[in-house]
Design a protein around this ligand. Structure first.
Ligand SMILES: [Mn+2]
Length: 346
């Protein structure tokens, strides 16, 4: 069975016949596979990686997932995530599985720099390299590319990859949960413009299978601590500003703010979307002091392409509607620079 009821108008990213044959030749029992994803992995990175690993294991492959650094706690809801090798903590094990591998998949990033030191090791590896990703402007030397910058998530591409290989029957509830997790987190709960009929077609298929979609939503959104909720409240009431006649909003948090609420990894996740939710706001930014630098998230729902702003002024990049960057100046200097450069984009 193929899940192909929707005519695809974009064909360039579909696997060519020869790539499909290559993939079929390697996805066989006993093949050793390493799946790698980007630093500070998000729901899409972990959801797509775990879904692919579970699928490949059903095909008889021996899989390892390696992530550069630690996962936020809520990501451990995703089936298979407890088997992930965190490179920072288990470097020797990560090196061992890589040197033993036949195939390396790179998921949800398209530049080995995004995988940190593990990316350098992948660059030197002789294994077959397969990219599955949805970021723009790839900078990746691989053997097989399955990338589509118009696709909402790598999780959706993993589903399509399984579909291309005619293996929809192998998608079970754990695989569906992992893909659904990635879909929710990379689409702002199915609201970004990149969501299409295909996204909902895949979800309809999952619901027919019996996926308990509400459990996945709960795992993503209902895991606040008191500290996190209060930090978010503080940020919105004390650290939110509007610019450009209300078309731009930003939130910032200094290190002392984060200390005050004992902020943990992931506690500021989603704050930028709160700024974007204000009526009339087309673009939002979130600035957070982190050691010697400032980390920045950008979101847009209008004509401002935040990947350009992030790339041209804040050492970053990403998608048109969601991007990230950083600055080595102080948070006050960074915000002053932002106020100046944003005028060119609105
Ligand atoms: Mn993604």
């Amino acid at each position: 069975m193929r899940l192909f009821s929707i005519k695809r108008f974009i064909h360039y990213w579909m696997l060519s016949k020869s790539d499909l044959e290559k993939i079929k030749l390697v996805i066989t029992p006993g093949t050793k596979v390493v799946i790698s994803t980007h630093k500070s992995p998000d729901g899409d990175a972990i959801g797509s990686s775990c879904a692919l690993a579970m699928y490949l294991e059903k095909k008889g492959c021996i899989c390892s997932i390696v992530v550069p650094d630690a996962l936020a706690d809520f990501l451990y809801f995703i089936p298979y995530s407890n088997k992930i090798i965190v490179f920072d903590k288990m470097e020797a094990r990560a090196k061992e599985v890589l040197s033993d591998s036949d195939v390396v998949f790179s998921l949800d990033y398209n530049d080995l720099k995004r995988a940190g030191s593990f990316g350098d090791l992948i660059a030197d590896s002789k294994s077959l390299k397969v990219l599955i990703d949805h970021h723009e402007e790839p900078n990746y030397e691989g053997d097989i590319y399955f990338n589509d910058p118009t696709c909402c998530s790598t999780a959706q591409l993993v589903f399509d990859f399984i579909d291309e290989l005619n293996d929809i029957e192998l998608v079970d509830i754990p695989i569906a949960e992992a893909i659904y997790f990635g879909l929710i987190t990379d689409t702002g709960s199915f609201r970004f413009p990149s969501v299409n009929e295909r996204t909902h077609e895949i979800i309809a298929h999952f619901l027919k299978m019996g996926l308990a979609h509400f459990k996945v939503h709960e795992a993503i959104f209902d895991h606040n601590s008191m500290n996190r909720l209060q930090l978010n409240g503080f940020a919105v009431s004390e650290r939110l500003e509007l610019l450009e006649n209300g078309r731009v909003a930003f939130i910032w948090l200094k290190e002392e703010d984060l200390h005050r609420f004992s902020a943990e990894k992931g506690d500021t996740e989603g704050l930028v979307n709160k700024a974007l939710s204000i009526s009339g706001v087309e673009m939002a930014a979130f600035f957070r002091s982190a050691k010697e630098m400032v980390k920045i998230s950008f979101r847009s729902k209008g004509s401002i392409f935040v990947n350009e702003l992030a790339r041209d002024h804040f050492n970053g990049g990403g998608h048109k509607y969601a991007a990230g960057g950083s600055s080595e100046e102080t948070i006050n200097e960074t915000i002053a620079k932002f106020k100046k450069v944003v005028q060119k984009y609105v």
